[in-house]
Design a protein around this ligand. Structure first.
Ligand code: ASP
Length: 421
């Protein structure tokens, strides 16, 4: 049985047993204990094993990607193409989300009492989120922060939002390696090759746990997400999921047919392992090793293109996150009866696209950015509490689109470069 099939079986088992547990053991201490210990342990074991190698993997894969491209101009061209595609696809994604949220107006479907109850339940969580978000830096410092004063520190903090800084460092190392005496460059390149191979092997170990871990993660999700909560936010959840599905299946199919060598059906079949991993981990960074492997082995995208486009994309191309941010801000504006001017709506679009770039590819990475956008357009920031209870579910869905978007861009760039096999 192949891994994707085993993961799907894990998903179905986790979901079914989660529902059964809710039905038969709702509120029992035994269920809470099982969930907080066994299911939590299995899920976290898997996630931590993957996160453990994200830093060495991102660094080595980018260094090697640049060295293998061998030519800074080629890197510039690929970078430019990826950037243009990212901009275009993110704008379409946010457009779909905002169009749907304006059409359906889910914020007006939730009763004021339900809204206040949801918000009240989440006050401690919202406080934490808001504090973190408001500690954010000024834009100029954020840009300067991309150049790490100390690359080791950037590596240490990579999963807390300094991944972009680590990437800038790795890119510069890669570029410098192509320009120094090859004799001097060789040991470092070989080291990067070794680090990459070892990281991939550790990911293989982790992935062998994936089916069981995914079952545990879904079990917890089902047990923890209140059915009433889901029902009261059904309009909002439906708009996000429908928007993501339209971008995934319609928009991506159109661009793939238009500009790549892959038929959409083949593309989705070949990449399903990465999409399932994204869904289960809710993290583009954690999915990166699988994304890299699938791109090379199943799609035949040359490694030098894949490692550059996908590694940068895992951090900076997040169509799902962009859509989710736009929908959430407008939903909360509707919910709290804040009328946004046309200018403010444009600001939401623009900031959502940027948020897709600036969000760390980790679970819940987009929440702090939503708080900032809410504040900018004058929607109460504590409103975020209303949606925190369904965030994990939506995170799994948007991360799937984020990762699919990275693979689509890699496919488009490889086709543009005429190098796909
Ligand atoms: N979890 C998302 C990712 O890793 C980021 C987010 O939208 O929270 O791609």
């Amino acid at each position: 049985m192949t891994l994707p099939i085993r993961i799907v079986i894990g998903m179905l088992t986790g979901t079914a047993t989660g529902f059964a547990a809710r039905l038969f053991f709702a509120g029992s201490p035994g269920l809470a204990w099982f969930n907080d210990n066994i299911a939590y342990f299995l899920g976290q074991l898997f996630l931590r094993l993957i996160f453990m190698v994200v830093v060495p993997l991102v660094a080595s894969s980018l260094v090697l990607g640049v060295v293998e491209l061998g030519d800074v101009r080629k890197l510039g061209r690929i970078g430019m193409r990826s950037l243009l595609w990212t901009g275009l696809l993110s704008a379409i994604s946010v457009g779909i989300g905002i169009g749907l949220v304006e059409l359906v107006r889910p914020g007006e479907m939730v009763k004021a009492e339900v809204r206040d109850e949801l918000r009240a339940k989440m006050i401690p969580d919202s406080k934490k989120v808001i504090e973190n978000a408001l500690g954010a830096r000024r834009p100029v410092d954020a840009v300067l922060g991309l150049i790490p004063k100390n690359p080791l520190q950037a590596a240490v903090n990579a999963l807390e939002g300094e991944t972009l800084a680590l990437m800038v460092f790795s890119l510069l190392v890669g570029i410098a390696l192509t320009l120094v005496d090859p004799e001097k460059a060789r040991p470092i390149t070989e080291l990067a090759e070794g680090v990459l191979a070892v990281s991939m092997k550790i990911i293989d170990f982790a992935m062998s746990l994936a089916p069981v871990a995914v079952a545990a993660l879904l079990f917890s999700l089902v047990v923890r997400t209140g059915a009433e909560l889901l029902a009261s936010l059904a309009g909002y959840v439906a708009v996000v999921v429908l928007g993501l599905a339209l971008q995934l299946f319609v928009v991506y199919s159109i661009v793939l047919t238009w500009r790549s060598r892959w038929r959409p059906a083949v593309f989705f079949r070949q990449t399903r392992e990465a999409l399932l991993t994204a869904f289960s981990t809710a993290s583009s960074s954690a999915t990166l090793p699988t994304t890299l492997r699938v791109s090379e082995e199943n799609l035949g995208i040359p490694r030098q293109i894949g490692s550059f486009v996908l590694t940068v994309g895992a951090m900076a191309n997040q169509n799902g996150t962009a859509l989710f941010e736009g929908v959430t801000v407008l939903f909360l504006a509707q919910l709290f009866g804040v009328e946004l001017t046309f200018g403010q709506q444009l600001a939401v679009v623009f900031m959502s696209i940027l948020a897709g770039v600036g969000t760390a590819g980790v679970p819940g990475g987009s929440i702090p950015l939503i708080v900032i956008v809410l504040q900018t357009v004058g929607v109460p920031a504590e409103g975020i509490g209303t949606i925190l209870g369904v965030d994990r579910l939506l995170d799994m869905c948007r991360t799937t689109l984020n990762v699919a978007g990275d693979l689509v861009i890699a496919a488009l760039v490889a086709s543009d470069e005429g190098e796909a096999s």
